[in-house]
Write a protein that binds this ligand. Structure first.
Ligand code: UD1
Ligand code: CA
Length: 478
């Protein structure tokens, strides 16, 4: 076996410790929502295709929240604490200990550059290795370079200094070559200069950009598409990035065989997978991780979050969250499938039906005006209009079970915990408080009372009506 070239080892470090003051938010900037994920998710995702040996995330401001989010959504991430946060250079100084004697390439990315493409990062790393530079950094030439660090080069096109916008002279500010905040370092070289960085700037911070100025050779790598290095510092930039990402996601799925009837009115997420011949109607939104099978028709007006829909499912004007729908189900209009809903094949959940934490077997129909919570329904159960599982006694939630083939009459209340057997018929309007055995008919309601010859006449003194005879106790069945 060929010996491993240690210079070819790749570690990725994402700077995600900053507060993001310009966001004016209670949440850390890197967790701001973007494209159905968060800012930092997109940055890490862009690195995945490079197959790095190590993924380090520098956390500081609200470190625990950022850590928990990353652990939930990504594997093999190492966290490095930067406390307090004294600048981007200070952030990278925290890697000296965890990276130790690492001799490979360290790709450092600001946690707020979500539009980077994997391909661009791949080119950057390749260029860096081929040129043998101590550092290679992504640069762009912008029409409006305001807010970015300016990159200054010598005659050999090597970077001599990066000066932050706020530290620039009026003359320097005219330079339109900016620093994208993405750097490939030969780790031993940058490790040697990191301890010498000083906070001699307007913000009194330790700048990573000063390390670039101390390294030789420092090579700029200019991106073709300058939008890729857009940094997100405020809400306006966040909204602009959302537009770009949504456009990219739609293009990706259009190319993969998905139809959008009104693409601009729909939104997608990083973790949504759409099958072939899926049709997405207007005003449809996907969030989190979804898997949508071939031939599904989603929308108009649907919200699908963290759900799995098998082939041929139709969802219209409905909300589906943390649910699994087997092939051929139809949902809506105006249904709400809440977390823990599992629908077997060809179920129908119709208008104004809410389902929570319930398993419906194949071919179950709940077509109108129902609530099914903490319930298990066998194959082929028919849920009459207005059926409610009363699953909450004021203190705890209780389960309802309905066996295969049973038919629940309209306006039934199933007071949980309760078990209805298979092939049972429950009469309409029943309040079921006791278990029902297989094949039975359950009727749990007052008998209809009929009072012969009891009719109403007009009150001579007003518009009220009065009974012409005294009927006795009105509610008492005879
Ligand atoms: C930085 C660069 C600037 C570049 C721009 C590109 C520096 C000094 N400046 O400026 O040259 O043009 O990015 O977008 O690096 N962070 C930490 N710890 C800290 C401070 C920040 O982890 O102590 C993180 C932030 O969470 C953020 C990233 O580093 O993800 C960049 O910080 P930010 O303050 O946004 O830097 P810029 O002013 O945009
Ligand atoms: Ca920034």
């Amino acid at each position: 076996m060929a010996p491993v070239d240690m210079r070819q080892m790749l570690a990725v470090a994402i700077l995600a410790a900053g507060k993001g003051t310009r966001m004016r938010s209670a949440h850390p900037k890197v967790l701001q929502p973007l494209g159905g994920a968060t800012l930092v998710d997109w940055v890490l995702q862009a690195c995945e295709l490079l197959n790095p040996q190590r993924r380090l995330v520098v956390v500081g401001h609200q470190a625990e929240r950022v850590r928990q989010h990353m652990q939930r959504h990504h594997q093999h991430v190492e966290f490095v604490l930067q406390q307090p946060q004294k600048g981007t250079g200070h952030g990278v100084q925290q890697l000296l200990q965890p990276l130790g004697n690492f001799t490979g390439t360290l790709l450092v990315l600001n946690g707020d550059v979500p539009l980077l493409r994997s391909a661009t990062l791949g080119q950057l790393v390749r260029h860096h290795r081929q040129s043998g530079s101590a550092v290679t950094l992504l640069t762009a030439r912008l029409e409006d370079p305001r807010g970015y660090g300016r990159v200054f080069c010598n005659d050999q096109q090597q970077v001599t200094a990066i000066v932050e916008d706020r530290d620039c002279t009026a003359e320097q500010r005219r330079n339109r070559l900016i620093n994208g905040g993405v750097y490939c370092f030969h780790w031993p070289s940058v490790a040697a200069v990191l301890p010498h960085l000083k906070a001699e700037n307007q913000q009194r911070e330790i700048y990573l950009t000063d390390a670039v100025g101390l390294l030789e050779p420092a090579t700029p790598f200019t991106v073709e598409d300058a939008t890729e290095i857009s940094g997100v510092n405020d809400r306006g930039q966040l909204a602009a990035c959302e537009q770009v990402l949504q456009q990219r996601l739609r293009q990706q799925w259009l190319a993969a065989g998905v139809s959008f009837l009104d693409p601009a009115s729909c939104s997608l997420s990083l973790g949504t997978r759409l099958g072939r011949d899926v049709v997405v109607a207007p005003q449809t939104h996907f969030r989190g991780n979804n898997s949508i099978g071939d031939g599904c028709r989603i929308g108009p007006s649907a919200l699908i979050e963290d759900s799995q829909l098998d082939e041929g499912v139709e969802v219209m004007f409905s909300v589906v969250r943390q649910a699994r729908l087997a092939r051929g189900c139809t949902v809506g209009p105006f249904a709400h499938l809440r977390p823990g809903t599992v629908l077997g094949e060809h179920c129908k959940v119709g208008n104004f039906v809410e389902v929570k934490n319930s398993h419906l077997g194949a071919d179950v129909k709940a077509s109108h005006l129902s609530y099914l919570g903490d319930a298990q329904l066998g194959r082929g159960v028919n849920v009459g209009a207005g059926t409610i599982t009363a699953n909450f006694d004021g203190t705890s939630k209780h389960p309802t079970a309905i066996g295969e083939g049973s038919s629940i009459g309209a306006n039934t209340v199933l007071v949980a915990p309760v078990t209805v057997g298979r092939d049972v018929t429950v009469a309409a309007g029943s309040t079921i408080t006791k278990d029902v055995t297989d094949h039975a008919l359950a009727v749990a309601r007052c008998r209809q009372v009929e009072k012969k010859g009891w009719h109403k006449t007009a009150d001579p003194h007003g518009s009220n009506t009065v009974a012409s005879s005294t009927p006795g106790p009105a509610a008492e069945p005879s």
